[in-house]
Design a protein around this ligand. Structure first.
Ligand code: HEC
Length: 142
């Protein structure tokens, strides 16, 4: 009688494994026939998300020369270097010297008005406006 008992002990693990395999196969088959729809991935928000509003009127206050700046100084780079570098008068003068040929279409009078506006408005004392990181990094890339 003990031999039968032993045989049962030996075979039981096989049965257990067989059942497990069947269950696995059933699961796999089920997964293939009725795929569970993946939930749409949650949109990943960029770190500084939210509406990017830039108050150009606050950054470029009204004054003679303002529109000359906005209309002539954004073809090669953005206006970012103009407002973040806190240049003093001497720096603006140097900047004017190496930029004269870059805005050839401007009359000397307009050029002077433009640079007078810049050196009076954008000084080392003027706080740098808070700008989105992407904009801050944009001006050196082109
Ligand atoms: C034809 C292309 C061009 C135009 C137009 C242009 N820039 Fe530039 N700007 C440059 C380049 C190139 C530099 C990089 C430094 C350099 O070569 O002088 C620069 C750099 C600057 C800088 C960084 C400081 C410095 O001197 O390097 C400021 C500020 C600046 N420009 C202001 C202006 C202003 C103000 C105007 C409009 C009058 C203007 N730019 C128009 C090409 C231009």
């Amino acid at each position: 009688m003990s031999t039968l008992f032993d045989a049962a002990l030996v075979t039981r693990p096989h049965i257990a494994i067989g059942v497990a395999l069947l269950a696995l196969a059933a699961c796999t088959a089920e997964d293939q026939s009725t795929p569970t729809p993946e939930p749409a991935p949650a949109p990943t928000e960029p770190v500084d998300s939210g509406p990017i509003t830039i108050d150009l009127d606050a950054i470029f206050p009204a004054g003679a020369g303002r529109d000359l700046v906005l209309n002539n100084c954004q073809t090669c780079h953005t206006w970012v270097p103009i407002v973040v570098l806190q240049m003093d008068e001497a720096a603006w003068y140097r900047n004017g010297l190496n930029h004269r040929g870059r805005v050839e279409a401007l009359s000397d009078e307009d050029f002077e008005t433009l640079y007078a506006y810049l050196s009076a408005t954008f000084t080392p004392e003027r706080p740098v406006p808070a700008l989105p990181e992407a904009l801050l990094q944009s001006w050196t890339s082109n």
